[in-house]
Design a protein. Structure first.
Length: 170
C-alpha cells in the first residue's frame, strides 16, 4: 500500500479517537452539571466522525484499501473544565501536526491530488485550534469558576451541528 494511503488510514483512526475523546469530555461535562459544554463537545465529536468519513471516502476514491484499527481508550475524568479544554486544544495541535506531516509526505511523493485533498484539513485545523483556544481563553479570564462559567455554558449550548465536509468548500 502507498505511504499516503497508509497515513490516511492511520488518520481515520485518529479522527475516531478524537470523536471518542470528545464524547468522553462531553460525558464529563454532563456529570458536573454543564449541559452547554456537554452539548458543544458532543457536536465536536460528531464533527470528528465526518472528518473520518471524508478520509475514508478519499481512500476508496483513490482505489486504496480502508483498514480500520482499534480505537484507543480516552481519559474519563479531569479535575476541572479548564483542564478539559486545555487537553482538547493540545489534542487539536497534535492533529494539526499530523496533517502538516501528511502534506509534507504528499509533496515528497509528488501526489498533487493528496496535497489538494489535505489542504481542506489544514485549513479546518486553524478553526479547530481557534475554537478550543477561544474557550480556554474565556475560562482563563473567569478563573474557570463562578457565574461566568454558567454564562459560558449557555453560550456554548447554542452551538449547532453543520457537516462542513458537505458544504461547497468541503
Ligand atoms: Fe478532525
Ligand atoms: Fe478536531
Amino acid at each position: 500500500m502507498s505511504k499516503i494511503i497508509d497515513a490516511l488510514n492511520t488518520q481515520i483512526n485518529k479522527e475516531y479517537y478524537s470523536a471518542y475523546l470528545y464524547l468522553s469530555m462531553s460525558a464529563y461535562f454532563s456529570s458536573v452539571g454543564l449541559p452547554g459544554f456537554a452539548s458543544w463537545m458532543r457536536i465536536q465529536a460528531k464533527e470528528e466522525m465526518t472528518h473520518a468519513a471524508k478520509l475514508y471516502d478519499y481512500v476508496l476514491a483513490r482505489g486504496g484499501k480502508v483498514v480500520l484499527k482499534a480505537v484507543a481508550e480516552p481519559p474519563a475524568s479531569w479535575k476541572k473544565p479548564l483542564d478539559v479544554m486545555k487537553a482538547g486544544l493540545e489534542h487539536e495541535k497534535k492533529v494539526t501536526k499530523c496533517f502538516n506531516d501528511m502534506t509534507d509526505l504528499a509533496v515528497k511523493e509528488k501526489d498533487h491530488a493528496a496535497q489538494i485533498f489535505l489542504s481542506w484539513f489544514v485549513s479546518e485545523q486553524v478553526q479547530e485550534e481557534q475554537s478550543f483556544g477561544d474557550i480556554v481563553n474565556a475560562l482563563t479570564l473567569i478563573n474557570g469558576e463562578g457565574q461566568g462559567v454558567l454564562m459560558l455554558d449557555r453560550e456554548l449550548g447554542a452551538r449547532t451541528f453543520t457537516d462542513e465536509t458537505q458544504t461547497a468548500a468541503g
